[in-house]
Write a protein that binds this ligand. Structure first.
Ligand code: NDP
Length: 488
């Protein structure tokens, strides 16, 4: 794939079914936009149930052989695929920046390296995974077999396209399942390039099948298909509800990683400079479009004014611009619809009595006048209970709220329907432990943010999700334990 430029021609993306790149059965396509220019630059299959049917058939046929392949061999093939991602880092990062609007530097540092790390992690984890045995004194012994489930569905969102796509398919394939996957229709490009790498890596045909298209058609067909045994889904809470209900009809296992409205709690005794530079990232990285971003910032009263002024000062040099410009800290939002949704929340915040301290507007970038850019935005003066502080905005918008006591800030932090991630800044170890225990959240970062060890459980509580991914838990999800009891 190396050295072939993506940018010369309008690209027609194809599905990857049974080891081949194929057009959708009905020949229908959708426009795919480059958000930094606001222009259509590729066509993606508008796949329907008949495309999903072909993919499920290929995955079903591939399952017996793949699931019985020795772990070493499965591992070797997947490591080869991870290496190919590394070798094509530049091309994949360019594609991600162009498709999503994120800075090319971010895609190069985070998205693409994490995609290969995901595959390498699960490819080698299967070599270390052991099953349990339970000896009984009465002359019996038990042991557990872990059988791969069969054909599984993986559905991923647009914010970290290849990063989250591989986070789902890697444990599925490594554990011996075969997969029908659907990337977001808004950001299909790196999954398409990835399918070419699968061919190059020698992934046996049918082991991974990628069907592009709309959630309501292709996505729904995967979730409804009777031969699909489990759905691993990352996306919005509303979509997660629909998928959960539908999957229940056929008793499919589900792993749901959903939305967040994460608190960033700053105590006056924190290391101010470290907190400020990390808070800049946790608020605005990837244009605020990371499910783990800390969009509700709670600041202890004695440092409220200092923090507010320092954050606003920093934002004056936080460059918004073309993803390929070296100075760019924030690129474009993923789509015009999404930009309008985020801007709508700024208007709502004003209606709810908030004051915009910085930003709040769409930006026009010279040379990219139609791109979907927005200023980083800071709002204060809102009640912790108002809609702006309760609903997921998923953009470059943070709210500032002062607090006086630990009890008060815990009430604010835990007040939403979400519980994905929380950040706490304090140099007081006892307080760090106390607050971490009381936060209703799947993940708590103390004096850091988005530090990931792939062995740890990842996921949310409340309406942020169901189940945990990461480490051996992800492998467990894609397998069914069977207890065998032997009398001797
Ligand atoms: P969506 O829920 O809109 O979409 C996610 C995926 O589901 C897409 O591929 C989408 O297809 C598909 N889909 C939509 N409707 C259905 C359906 N009825 N049946 C099957 N599939 C369907 O999420 P976004 O793509 O907008 O992503 C942003 C959301 O993802 C945010 O809420 C964010 O918090 C969450 N997220 C959660 C993470 C976590 O780990 N907890 C991590 C990252 C993001 P299509 O593109 O066509 O709509």
């Amino acid at each position: 794939m190396k050295n072939k430029s993506l940018f010369l021609l309008m690209i027609t993306i194809e599905n990857y079914i049974n080891g081949e790149l194929v057009a959708p059965v009905e020949g229908k396509y959708l426009d795919n936009y480059n958000p930094s220019k606001g222009e259509v630059y590729s066509q993606i299959p508008n796949s329907q149930a008949n495309d999903v049917e072909k993919a499920v058939k290929a995955a079903s046929e591939a399952f017996p052989e793949w699931s019985k392949k020795p772990k070493n061999e499965r591992s070797k093939i997947l490591v080869r695929l991870a290496n190919l991602i590394d070798e094509n880092l530049e091309e994949l990062a360019k594609a991600e920046a162009m498709d999503n609007g994120k800075p090319y530097s971010l895609a190069t540092r985070v998205d693409i390296p994490r995609a290969s790390a995901n595959i390498r992690f699960f490819a080698t984890a299967i070599l270390h995974n052991a099953s349990e045995s339970h000896h009984m004194e009465e002359g019996f012994t038990n042991f557990t077999l872990n059988h791969p489930l069969g054909v599984v569905g993986c559905i991923s969102p647009w914010n970290l396209p290849l990063y989250l796509f591989t986070w789902k398919i890697a444990p599925a394939i490594a554990s011996g399942c075969t997969v029908v996957a659907k990337p977001s229709e808004v950001t299909p490009m790196t999954a398409y390039l990835f399918s070419k790498l699968c061919i190059e890596a020698g992934i046996p045909k049918g082991v991974l099948n990628i069907v592009h298209g709309l959630g309501a058609h292709a996505g729904d067909a995967i979730v409804s298909h009777p031969k699909v045994k489990a759905i691993s889904f990352t996306g919005g809470t509303a979509t997660g509800k629909i998928i959960g209900r539908k999957a229940a009809d056929s008793f499919k296992k589900t792993s749901l990683e959903l939305g967040g409205k994460n608190p960033n709690i700053i105590f006056a005794d924190c290391d101010f400079d470290k907190m400020l530079s990390t808070t800049l990232h946790s608020s605005f990285a990837n244009q605020g479009q990371i499910c783990l971003c800390g969009s509700r910032i709670f600041i202890e009263k004695p440092i409220y004014e200092k923090f507010k002024n320092a954050l606003v000062e920093k934002l004056k040099t936080h460059t918004v611009g073309d993803p390929f410009n070296k100075e760019t800290r924030m690129g474009a939002l993923v789509s015009e619809d999404h930009l309008n949704k985020v801007l709508g929340y700024v208007s709502l915040a004003e209606e709810e009595g908030g004051t915009v301290l910085f930003g709040g507007n769409r930006l026009t970038i010279a040379g990219s006048e139609n791109g979907y850019y927005m200023e980083p935005t800071v709002i204060e003066g809102l009640d912790y209970n108002c809609r702006t502080n309760q609903e997921e905005i998923f953009g470059p918008v943070v709210t500032l709220t002062p607090f006086e006591t630990e009890e008060e800030v815990l009430e604010y932090a835990n007040s939403t329907q979400y519980g994905l991630a929380a950040t706490v800044w304090t140099e007081n170890l006892s307080r760090a432990h106390r607050v971490s225990q009381e936060l209703e959240s799947g993940i708590v970062w103390v004096n850091c943010w988005l530090v990931r060890d792939l062995r740890t459980p990842f996921g949310g509580v409340k309406n942020s999700g169901l189940g945990r991914e990461g480490g051996f838990r992800a492998l467990e999800f894609f397998t069914e334990p069977k207890n065998v009891c032997i009398k001797y």
